[in-house]
Design a protein around this ligand. Sequence first.
Ligand SMILES: Nc1nc2c(ncn2[C@@H]2O[C@H](COP(=O)(O)OP(=O)(O)OP(=O)(O)O)[C@@H](O)[C@H]2O)c(=O)[nH]1
Ligand SMILES: [Mg+2]
Length: 300
Amino acid sequence: MIKKCLGCGVALQDSDKNKLGYTPKLSNDLCMRCFKLKHYGTNINDGKIQDNNGIVNYINKSNSVVLFLVDFFNINNEIIEYYKKIKNIKYLVITKSDIIPKNIIKNKLVENIKEVYQITEDIILCSTFNNENISRILNIIENNNVIFCGLTNMGKSSLINKIIGSDITVSNKENTTQEFIKIGNIVDAPGFVCNYPVYVPKKQIKPITYQLKNKYCLLIDKYILASDQDINITLYLPNDILVQKRRVREEYVYNLNVQFNEDLVIKGIGFIKFSGAAKIFINNSNIEIRKSLVGGNNEN
Ligand SMILES: Nc1nc2c(ncn2[C@@H]2O[C@H](COP(=O)(O)OP(=O)(O)OP(=O)(O)O)[C@@H](O)[C@H]2O)c(=O)[nH]1
Ligand SMILES: [Mg+2]
């Protein structure tokens, strides 16, 4: 029988150092990639390119209950489309609830996600770090075969390790889990990988409000955001992302309309809530605009 790496699920091999699954000794439980990720946090191989639709097909062929994981900052249409393709009994699990800003009312957030993305199934907010709703997940697992799936870096393997005491490799690098890993009645799926990097926030996010002025733009990480008029915006982005105000230095084409109470989603990082209508410029094509997930009573 082929021996698989306990950390990421790839078949172990001792013949080619540069290929996935390499280990100097086949008696080892981990491939070299997992060993380095676990002990040094370094990634010696980006892993195979995941086939997102292949993952969906595998799930649809099973009769397992599906926990589809996504964190608060990575909810977008592209990901929700994968969620909707899954035909099994399923739950949308909003992970890393510990990083959701304090001002957000969680019940209201769940209502808003249901409304904006037309979700009819239960939504569970949970955190592996502070144990929020872990008991609800345990309950589902006790009574069903369960597949954990979702975007890469959403904490699938961390949650499984927490609830069953397994030792699947966890890291803030994308594509950590390489193959489906079956442990008892639980399956950890490789994460969906999209064409944008998925940031892992380190701590609870504090929303920051800026006035975006006509003559100034914001430099967010490596992206320029400019508006054709003065407007208040609130950034729901990891606080270690560098944000700087700059004087507008060139003519921008303001070709994107954002309305009052809408979010500009920057996929993989987070979103920006607009408190007024504006025409904007942003040099990033991985964006979406939606009715805001936050705001309303007592928020902001
Ligand atoms: N703040 C916070 N971070 C978490 C939580 N759960 C996981 N993380 C972090 O999220 C990152 C990704 O965790 P993984 O468990 O490897 O994510 P995954 O979904 O299995 O990722 P892939 O295997 O690439 O699909 C790690 O840096 C974890 O420490 C959580 O509840 N709260
Ligand atoms: Mg994983």
